[in-house]
Each structure stands twice: as C-alpha cells, then as structure tokens.
Ligand binder design. Sequence first.
Ligand code: IGP
Length: 263
Amino acid sequence: MSKIAAQFKDKKALITYISGGDPSLEMTEKLIYRLQEEGVDIIEIGIPFSDPLADGPVIQEASQRALKNGCTLKKLIEMLTDIKDKVKVPIVLMGYYNSVLNYGEKEFVEAIKKAGVSGVIIPDLPVDEKADLAYYLKEAALDQILLVTPNTSDERLKEISNSSSGFLYCVALLGTTGDARGPYPQLESYLKRVRKTAGDIPLGLGFGIDGPEKVKKFIDYPDGVIIGSALIKAITAGETETEKLENAGEFVRNIKKVLANYK
Ligand SMILES: O=P(O)(O)OC[C@@H](O)[C@@H](O)c1c[nH]c2ccccc12
C-alpha cells in the first residue's frame, strides 16, 4: 500500500491544499510544518501557474501571488528537497501538465522523488493520453491521483479508477475549485456509483467543501475530504505570519473535530 493510500486506513482522511509559494516559499514551508503538527493526513501543494483552468478566484489569486513573488516549480522542488527530513506527512503536488512538460517529464519525476513527494495530481492530463509521465511515475513508485466528476460515465470511471493510485479524487460538483454551491445535489448516488465501480481504492471528495458543516453533511460517503479554497481564505485573512499560521491551525482543528466522530 502506498504512503498516501495508508492515510485512509481506519479513519476519514483530511487532505488540505495550499498553493506553493503563496505568499512566499518560506511561508509554504512554515504552513507544511503547522498542517503536519495539526494532524492533517495528506498535504496537497499547488504548482503556481498563470492559467489554472480548474481553479476559482481564491486559488487563482493565490497562484498569482506566488508567481509575483518569484515562485517557480524549480524553487518549490528545491524547498521541498531541503525540508524533506522534517516532513513525515505525505505530500502531493498538484499542477497543470504544461508546467511538467516545461520541466521535462523524466526530470520532474526524478526531482520530486528526491524531494520526498509521494504523488501528483495533473488535472488536465487525461488517462487515455498515455503520457510518458504516467510511465515514469509508476517506475518511481509515485502515485498518480486521477479525477472523476458527476458526469463521468461508468465505462470511464472504471478506466480512471484502474489507473488512479493513492486515492481517487471525486470532484464534488460541475465547476471550479472554491465553488460554494458544492457539493452536487445527488452526491450520495454519485459516490455510491463510484464506489461500486472503483473497487478498493480510497475515495477523496473535494471542490466546494468550505467548512465543518459541509464535512459533517457529506462525510458518510467518501473516505476523506480535500479542502483548499476555504483554508487559503482563512490563511490570507491573517495579517501577520503568526496570525496566518494560527488561522490555518484553527481551521484544521475545527475540521478534525468533526472527522474524529467517524471511522
Ligand atoms: O478549493 P476547494 O473547493 O476546497 O477544492 C480543493 C482543491 O482546492 C484542490 O484539491 C485543488 C486545487 N486546484 C485544483 C485543480 C484541480 C483539482 C484539484 C485542485
């Protein structure tokens, strides 16, 4: 079992997303330590990108702040490599395919492996693309987490879940990240359909889950939740570094309180 999949064992997992380099790489480093201390199960880190097409305004702005402050994929990987020994929680890199292509697919996989990263999410790389990247990731024993949506047909679901490793990312709505309308009204039947088709792989639910209330409402169906925009909002609301870290801690504690009641 991969280090990522193991995080779903006997509990509902909490996966938090932060944008790498927002507002600085030093802050990303401190946030990783804080999220780890608060007991987050997996940390997803976004590679800053100018056209993040799956992202709503909160993450778009976070990505812009990171780019403005000079964060690049290379610098992000260097930072992760430097702190590798202090990070026990599995790290997942989320980024658009273009960033990986620019870096070089083979070089990217080698570098993130060295940085201790456990898996990747590349939302704009379809499963049938058969990219070299998928091959290199497998060789390096890194997870490639794939996404399904309420619109995904049963046939595709089967194909995607067979190729996904670590967990299967169930997008909770038809829209972008941070969409407060989520999750999808027929979430229960959607996730039951996924469960039936996907077999044993853990199911993570993300997009539009903005706090403890929504977690409570929907946690029966998936094996874990992914929260990004709402956490970034809480962090950004802090004025000083200390306040930002404190807000992140408080946000996570409130979600963990809900999750503690479930298995
Ligand atoms: O921000 P939200 O609505 O809480 O959704 C999680 C999300 O942020 C994170 O998993 C993510 C950020 N950017 C993405 C792009 C594609 C898929 C997933 C993501």
